[in-house]
Design a protein around this ligand. Structure first.
Ligand code: 13P
Ligand code: SF4
Length: 310
């Protein structure tokens, strides 16, 4: 493992490549990454990088976003099957019909969607800026929000809006069990429940803090509390525990799983250190997005990045 890491670091330097990794990637990948972050941080980093090659250790929609921001750079993903159930829940042909049926609506899409869906959107958002972006739209303008109904419901509740929601969801965040969570909290009454907004409303209602992966890490770091039940993909625990070595972090329990208390995103976990190395050697698999889609999708992504600065 250490030899492989050294080889990746040397190759990265030789090829002027940057490795951007999401918090859900396995620890070994996070360790060799130049930057580890949430979807917004990763997009901002992709926008500012001077590297010639971007190796995206994450899922397909994240690498596509990096490509849209860098059409002249090579963007590579260790495994092209690293998809996302949420992105898959919004097929472009059906979404096109949906927005055509509501021509007076502004279209805001969560970044967890394909490049084609982004190309049909007015503004993109991530979990860390979604509330702020929706609040930037005057109240008299009706909004379509896609693809995550759980995040959409959360934003509606936070902003008092009534956005029209696409019926999509994330298999990992919908797997948390309210019953088991309540039982776990009884065993750890001092623990604070924190959750990602892709979780179901019943789970979010139990949470003292709701935010993106980066937001959750910052919250745990700054909080005077010493115990937390963490409602998001278990990969986050690696970085979070490094930030708060003396605090107790307990993964939120899922409905199906009786052997392990954690939820893992199978899509995120198809990337391995070996695949990162192979991908750098062959500069493949490469992410390609049609030029016409890049042109259209860049507009709502740029709007998001601009709105995130203020
Ligand atoms: P974050 O932007 O909060 O990291 O979320 C990404 C994601 O896919 C959550 O499932
Ligand atoms: Fe998609 Fe859910 Fe995996 Fe995030 S955790 S990449 S939303 S399937």
């Amino acid at each position: 493992m250490e030899i492989l890491k050294k080889k990746i670091l040397a190759l990265k330097k030789e090829k002027n490549a940057v490795i951007l990794a999401h918090y859900y990637q396995e620890p070994a990948i996070q360790e060799i990454a130049d930057y580890v972050g949430d979807s917004l941080g990763l997009s901002q980093e992709a926008e500012r990088t001077a590297a010639s090659i971007i190796l995206f250790a994450g899922v397909h929609f994240m690498a596509e976003t990096a490509k849209i921001l860098n059409p002249n750079k090579k963007v590579i993903l260790p495994d092209l099957t690293a998809g996302c159930s949420l992105a898959d829940s919004c097929p472009p042909s059906l979404f096109k019909k949906f927005i055509e049926a509501h021509p007076d609506h502004l279209v805001i899409t969560y970044v967890n969607c394909s490049a084609e869906i982004k190309a049909m959107s007015d503004i993109v958002c991530t979990s860390s800026n979604a509330v702020k972006i929706v609040q930037s739209v005057p109240k008299n303008i009706p909004i379509i929000f896609a693809p995550d109904k759980n995040l959409g419901n959360y934003i509606n509740q936070q902003t008092g809006r009534n956005m029209l929601l696409w019926d999509g969801s994330c298999i990992v965040h919908e797997a948390f069990s309210l019953e088991k969570l309540i039982a776990l909290h009884k065993q750890h009454p001092k623990a604070e429940i924190i959750a990602h907004p892709e979780s179901e409303t019943v789970i979010l209602e139990t949470a003292a803090y709701v935010g993106s992966t980066a937001g959750m890490i910052t919250h745990v770091k700054n909080s005077p509390k010493t115990e937390f039940i963490v409602g998001t993909e278990a990969g986050i625990l690696y970085k979070m525990q490094q930030e708060v070595p003396d605090k107790l972090l307990i993964p939120a329990p899922s409905k199906e799983d009786n052997t392990c208390a954690c939820s893992e995103c199978a899509f995120m976990k198809v990337n391995t250190l070996q695949k990162v190395y192979d991908c750098l050697v062959h500069e493949s698999p490469e992410i390609t997005v049609p030029e016409s889609v890049i042109k259209k999708a860049l507009v709502p992504i740029t709007r998001m990045l601009e709105l995130s600065k203020s």
